[in-house]
Design a protein around this ligand. Structure first.
Ligand SMILES: [Ca+2]
Ligand SMILES: [Ca+2]
Ligand SMILES: [Ca+2]
Ligand SMILES: [Ca+2]
Length: 240
């Protein structure tokens, strides 16, 4: 029994440390396991092609938005039925809108250029936003109108497309990215992200807590300490 409980503890510590270290993988595939606890599921097309707030069907469905921070990095992700390359679409794809303290004021925009599977992201400190085009579905945070470009980086394999995890069995497109937090201003306890396209047919929003995550090394040390205590406890019991 004691052996079993000790190995169970070891396994628990291992899984716990493993989970603390897991971060989304920027590979153009939005896996709900890698984003677990840090994504919004907005996948679904209603009758007449309603995707909320507008109509457009799978081709305009925003499916998943993901947002996750470690102590050094912000991860963001998007899966949509909308063709994120913009090819053949009447309305252009929007920028990722970032709200560093989830107060409804989006301070940063991340624009993207897709070449094959690679994505070049450009970060803007935003002065003003351009809204979406259609009055009925107007959204104030479509893309940067005025702002300062502060950082640009390229991620290999960050774009993907195909028949992915999708409630409507449609074709989907994915963007994933990671941004060094040193490029941004200070984060509040909760941050938010929004994404939409030029017409505003559908909108994806996601929030995530930025509560400081203990360093993996600290967790490992703490876990090892727990194990050590359990071993000592076992030895003591034996000698009594
Ligand atoms: Ca991924
Ligand atoms: Ca949707
Ligand atoms: Ca804000
Ligand atoms: Ca869908």
């Amino acid at each position: 029994m004691k052996k079993i409980s000790l190995s169970f503890l070891a396994l628990a510590v291992f899984l716990w440390v493993g989970q603390a270290m897991a971060t989304p993988v920027v590979d153009g595939s939005f896996n709900t396991t890698e984003w677990a606890g840090h994504f919004t599921n907005d996948d679904g097309v209603g009758s007449g092609g309603f995707v909320d707030p507008g109509y457009g069907g799978q081709a305009y469905d925003v499916e998943y938005t993901g947002l996750y921070t470690t102590s050094t990095t912000l991860y963001f992700g998007l899966q949509a039925g909308y063709n994120l390359t913009g090819t053949g679409m009447t309305y252009a794809p929007g920028d990722f809108a970032l709200d560093l303290n989830n107060d409804g004021n989006f301070e940063y925009a991340i624009d993207f250029q897709i070449v094959d599977d690679d994505v070049t992201y450009t970060l803007y400190d935003v002065e003003s936003w351009k809204p979406t085009a259609i009055a009925n579905w107007q959204n104030d945070f479509f893309e940067v109108a005025e702002g300062t470009q502060i950082y640009q980086w390229t991620e290999t394999g960050a774009f993907g497309s195909g028949y992915m995890d999708d409630a409507d069995n449609g074709y989907s497109y994915v963007l994933e990215g990671s941004l060094d937090l040193s490029q941004l201003g200070p984060l509040g306890p909760e941050i938010a992200m929004q994404w939409t396209m030029g017409c505003g047919n559908d909108v994806g929003t996601v929030t995530t807590s930025t509560a400081p995550v203990p360093e993996p090394a600290t967790m490992l040390l703490f876990g090892t300490g727990l194990l050590g205590m359990a071993v000592i406890g076992r030895k003591r019991k034996k000698t009594v």
